[in-house]
Design a protein around this ligand. Structure first.
Ligand code: FES
Length: 167
């Protein structure tokens, strides 16, 4: 009887152990399923090193499927304290490169320092402010953070908050 009892205890403990271990494994598996894939996590942010850019250079990077224009302004270009991203002693225009009329992608014309939209003739100045044609407002500034000489798109840093508070 005593032997039978302890055998039952042993089986009970063994099953209990399996259940706890099984539960833990299942929880780990569920967490893996719920967590976003590393590629999804990474897709939210785009880091751009601004240090190699020269004055007057325009770079286009893709962020969350949208074109982002980054223009390093020259000394001759108008500064815009409500929109310029200041890194070191340089001013940058950082905008979502989609026309605010119907969403075409404007092109940069260095000669006249303008973004021009071929769809309906809309024009924007070097800060992305609408100056002519049907676009109803300036091009949008994407959320960003400054990290040394790097621009991190997708994160709302204090510089972005300051700009949006001024706008
Ligand atoms: S979409 Fe750019 S002017 Fe119409």
């Amino acid at each position: 009887m005593a032997v039978e009892q302890s055998r039952r205890d042993f089986l009970g403990m063994a099953f209990g152990g399996f259940t706890v271990a099984g539960g833990a494994i299942a929880l780990v598996a569920m967490k893996k399923t719920w967590d976003p894939l590393p590629s999804v996590k990474m897709a939210g942010f785009t880091t751009v090193d601004l240090s190699p850019m020269s004055d007057g250079e325009l770079r286009t990077v893709l962020w969350r499927g949208k074109p982002i224009f980054i223009l390093k302004k020259t000394k001759e270009m108008k500064a815009n304290e409500k929109r310029d991203v200041v890194v070191g002693n340089a001013n940058y225009t950082v905008i979502i490169g989609l026309c605010t009329h119907l969403g075409c992608i404007p092109t940069w014309e260095a000669k006249t320092s303008q973004f021009k939209c071929a769809c309906h003739g809309g024009e924007f100045d070097e800060s992305g402010v609408n100056t002519f044609g049907p676009p109803p407002r300036p091009m949008d500034i994407p959320p960003f953070k400054i990290d040394g000489a790097k621009l991190v798109l997708g994160e709302e840093g204090p510089e972005y908050k300051k700009l949006t508070a001024k706008a």
